[in-house]
Ligand binder design. Sequence first.
Ligand SMILES: [Cu+2]
Length: 348
Amino acid sequence: MFLKLIFSVFFILFINLTFAATAIGHAPIGVSGDHYHKANEIMLSIKYATMQMKGNSLHSQSISDQEIITSQVNPFASMSGAPAYLSVVPKKMEMEMMMVGGMYAPSDDLTYMGMLMFMKNKMTSNAYKGSMDRGYLGSFETNLDDLSNFSFSALYRLIEIDDNRWHLEVGIDKSIGSNDNQGTMLTPMNKFMNMTMPYAMQMDGATRLISGLTNSRNLNDFVLGSQIKKYYVIKDKNWAFGDKLEISSWLQKSYDDSLAFSARLLFTKEQKMSGSSSMIRSPVQSSNPLNFGGRLLEFGLGANKVFNFFEKKHSRVGIEILFALKNNKNGLQMDNDYKFVLGYQMSL
Ligand SMILES: [Cu+2]
C-alpha cells in the first residue's frame, strides 16, 4: 500500500516534469497574443486589470488646477452660459477591466484567439466657479460601467527553431459600448446637471485592425521577448480615439520550472483623436478632441506561476505591475500612474 503510494507520487511527478508547461513559456501576463498553441490545444483565460491616472500635464509639463482654470480657454465658450476658461479639472481616474478569453489551435501553425472585455471607469473631478473669483465649488465623481470590446485574432507561426520563435497576429477589435453616455456633473454654476460625459468616459464604437509580430528567444534560464502591435481604426462612428502602436520588450528568468519572474519595457504611441461629437461640450479638458494621444513609456515587473494537475492540463497565474516612467502626451491631459494586471489561464 505504502509502496504503491510512493510509486504514484513519483509517477505524477515524472509526468509533470515530462509534460510540464513551464512558467517561462508565456510572456508577462500584461502582454496579449504573446504565444500560440499546438494543434487541438484549448486555453481559457480571465484577466483583471486596473489603471490609475492622476494629476495633469500640459505638453508634458505638470500643471496645477489654478493654472488650468486661469490659462486654458474653454473651446465651447461661445455657447450661452459657458465659462471663458476651463472650469472642471479631472483629479483622478481609475479604470478597471475584466477580460475573458479563449484560444484554440486547429493546427500547429494556426491559433485562434477571442476576447470579451468589460470596463469600469471612475473619474473624480474638481469644479470651479465659471467667472468672478473662480472659487472652488466641490469635487464630484462620474462613472462608466459597460461592456467594452470584443476582439478576434488569428496567430500564425512563422518560425519555430529550438530556442527562437516568431509569430504573426492579425485580428479585429470592435468597441461595443455606447458613445453618448451621460453622467451627473457639477457645473460652474454650482448645479448638478446630467450631461453627455467627456470623450475619456465614452467608448468610441470604432472597429480596429490588429496586426502584431512577436519574437521569443530562449537563452538557458532566460527568455528575451519582444512584440510590436498596431491597432488601426478602419471604421468609426463620428469620432474615434487614434491609432495605437505598442512596442514591448521583456526579459524573463526561471526560478524553477513552475515559477518565472519578468521585467518589461512598454512604449505606447497613440495618434490624435479623429472627428468629434456635438454632444460633448462640458468645460473640461477631456471634452476637447485635441487633448488626446501622445507617447507613454512604462516599466513592468511580473511573475508567472504554473500549477500542474494532470498530464497536459495545467493552470497558470500571472501578475504584473507597470509603472509609468514618462508621460509625453498631446495638449492638456491626465498623467498615467500605474497599471496592475492579474490573470488566470487554464489549458484543457
Ligand atoms: Cu494560450
